[in-house]
Design a binder for this molecule. Structure first.
Ligand SMILES: NC(=O)c1ccc[n+]([C@@H]2O[C@H](COP(=O)([O-])OP(=O)(O)OC[C@H]3O[C@@H](n4cnc5c(N)ncnc54)[C@H](OP(=O)(O)O)[C@@H]3O)[C@@H](O)[C@H]2O)c1
Length: 268
């Protein structure tokens, strides 16, 4: 089965392509770096020829309100039209848990617009909404940094590993279209401020996380449960602390905390 992964070079896309190939699927990574641009339509007809499934895990290169809306709307329209012409039988897209509660941000208005286009198209579809990736936690810190402090609200968050997002997408991609939306999340809930504090401490990042009920997440005012998945969400296995210690060990030795370098040298 030919499965085209739009955004197949990205954080999730590259992991998904590897997984699908390991399960003997013919996965093709498509993105501008391989000559496929969903925004302009370049290379789209060629890569979709003979495809049974398309998984869209692309992301906009620019996140200002107009650019991100243009990216998700135009790309999705081009993709769905190309799939109809090529006879693709299943469109899978990755979206974000809670998008409808985060529309203060243009990014999430664009994700909702992407979802609506998919739902109203003639192509059978599955939308997979994931919670925040563990890999995104540092970006959350950076977005809320002012000098040496990071102001974050103590709201609940249930993040997950990019590897687990790719696994969930892979299972959906090789199954029948859901013609609906499922949610996936991590195995544990955290307070956002505490999660970021742990992530920064593990990397010996000197920034101080200040708990601030009035602070915004990603520029958006959020409440206790805004970021949480539905009760029927499929939960992934990887725990944050296990992922964190592994990712710290994989950092280049020059930027690893001294204790990790010492432990590695001793074979611990
Ligand atoms: N961050 C989170 O916590 C989170 C949570 C839930 C869901 N999501 C969703 O996850 C999805 C994937 O995110 P990611 O972090 O894996 O993205 P990423 O690492 O930034 O990768 C983006 C991919 O999109 C491709 N791309 C960019 N412009 C394109 C175009 N014009 N045509 C085709 N492909 C294009 C890039 O290709 P090149 O490499 O060739 O430039 C790259 O492969 C996004 O839709 C996002 O909304 C994110």
């Amino acid at each position: 089965m030919k499965i085209v992964v739009i955004g197949g070079t990205g954080l999730i896309g590259s992991r998904l392509v590897t997984r699908l190939r390991a399960h003997d699927q013919q996965a093709v990574a498509a993105s501008p770096s391989s000559g496929v641009d969903t925004l302009t339509g370049e290379g789209l007809a060629e890569v979709l020829a003979g495809a049974s499934v398309v998984v869209d895990v692309s992301n906009a290169p620019a996140w200002d309100d107009a650019a991100v809306l243009e990216f998700f709307v135009t790309s999705t329209r081009n993709l769905l039209a190309g799939e109809a012409a090529a006879g693709v039988g299943h469109h899978v897209a990755l979206s974000v848990v809670g998008s409808e509660r985060l529309t203060e941000s243009g990014y999430f208005r664009a994700k909702i617009a992407q979802e609506e286009l998919i739902k109203s198209s003639s192509i059978p579809y599955s939308i997979v909404r994931a919670t925040q990736f563990f890999e995104f936690v540092n970006a959350i810190a950076d977005l809320s940094t002012d000098g040496n402090t990071v102001h974050l609200p103590p709201v609940l968050i249930q993040p997950m590993a990019a590897d687990d997002v790719a696994s969930a997408l892979g299972r959906v991609a090789i199954g029948s279209p859901l013609n609906g939306t499922i949610e996936v999340g991590g195995p544990e809930q955290f307070r956002l401020d505490e999660l970021v504090r742990r992530a920064l401490a593990a990397r010996h990042d000197p920034r101080e996380v200040v708990t601030d009920a009035g602070a915004r997440y990603y520029g958006i005012s959020v409440s206790e449960r805004t970021l949480l998945p539905r009760d029927d969400a499929r939960l992934a296995e990887t725990r944050f602390d296990d992922w964190l210690s592994q990712s710290v060990q994989q950092m280049p030795a020059t930027s690893q905390p001294a204790a990790v370098v010492a432990a590695n040298a001793e074979g611990r």
